[in-house]
Design a protein around this ligand. Structure first.
Ligand code: ZN
Length: 319
């Protein structure tokens, strides 16, 4: 019987660094979380990451194959350089991979967090049986990763896969990137909340209106889901519209790549079958006819600690 292998996965976020020791089957055997201390600048953040790894290695007796890091922003594979990550002020360029390799003497693999999520699904999750798929992560932003022939497609610099910034309306809502009509401007959490808020005054008969105005509940994607679960017409319409926007954008990407499997993860993916069915229907309606029968829309399988698992999977992919 082959021996289980282990890797350390580091999920570098704007507020928290999550770290874990993960088996080659995708099981987390030990995990910790530390403050990122982003406002104290890159040196402090690197210090926090090192502190976390040291803590994990402290009483570990398993054989560690390497360290994988999922980081926001543009990642250049050589030297594991992280460039201008959003939410980490003052970074510029940091050779994170090289510095961790020097400190710990393990192979270190750094990748953009959305790409790491895609690799995680390929190694451990819903993408296991697929040579090609499009990964979409719905959160504050809309992240994307492309797996082509079992590899991450990185483009010329590593910036490929920005599905969130595919425009579905050249005169549409303004995206955080400064351009109009990006998928993210319709499907990112904050934008979704804004869209609901704009329509709410006209929807006084909806559960959402009652909950927000009378019960002072906070409007977030979870609340929209709860209302839809109770068949609230407005909430259902919001989710359908959301799915149509996402599906239209994905259909264009599918036509370009001839990749028929989409895996959707992130918080809003909790909208469940209502979202997945509507996205699938919209894609089928919009793609070129020969592709339509092959379309699959799947939920990401790595839910809790997907970031740590995705980061560790970088080691199993290349190690
Ligand atoms: Zn954009």
């Amino acid at each position: 019987m082959s021996q289980t292998k282990y890797a350390i996965g580091v999920d570098l976020g704007g507020t928290t660094v999550k770290l874990g020791i993960v088996s080659d089957k995708g099981k987390i055997v030990q995990k910790i979380a530390l403050d990122t201390c982003a406002l104290d600048g890159p040196e402090k953040v690197v210090k926090q990451i090192k502190k976390g790894i040291k803590e994990l290695l402290g009483n570990n007796k398993r054989k560690i194959e390497g360290i994988g890091v999922g980081a926001p922003g543009l990642v250049i594979l050589k030297k594991g350089t992280v460039e201008n990550p959003p939410n980490l002020p003052g970074w510029g360029r940091v050779q994170l991979g090289k510095r961790l390799e020097k400190e710990f003497n393990y192979p270190v693999f750094v990748e953009n967090d959305a790409n790491a999520a895609a690799v995680g699904e390929m190694i451990f999750g819903a993408g296991k049986k697929h040579d090609n798929f499009i990964m979409v992560t719905l959160g504050t932003g809309v992240g994307g990763g492309l797996i082509l022939n079992k590899k991450v497609y990185r483009g010329e610099t590593g910036a490929a896969g920005e599905i969130g910034h595919v425009s579905i309306n050249r005169e549409g809502r303004l995206c955080n990137c400064g351009m109009p009509g990006c998928i993210e401007a319709y499907a990112g959490n904050n934008h979704l909340v804004n869209i609901v808020n704009e329509q709410l005054p006209e929807r006084t008969d909806s559960l959402l209106y009652k909950w927000i105005n009378d019960e002072e509940k906070v409007l977030d994607p979870k609340l929209i889901h709860e209302a839809a679960q109770q068949d609230d017409k407005f909430a259902c319409e919001v989710i359908t519209e959301f799915a149509c926007n996402l599906g239209s954008g994905l259909a264009s990407i599918i036509n370009l790549l001839d990749v028929s499997t989409v895996i959707i993860g992130g918080g809003v993916a909790g909208f469940g079958d209502r979202l997945f069915d509507a996205v699938k229907d919209k894609i089928k309606e919009r793609v070129l006819k020969p592709i339509a029968p092959r379309i699959k829309v799947k939920a990401a399988r790595l839910k809790n600690e997907a970031g740590i698992k995705g980061a560790s999977s970088l080691v199993f992919l290349r190690g």
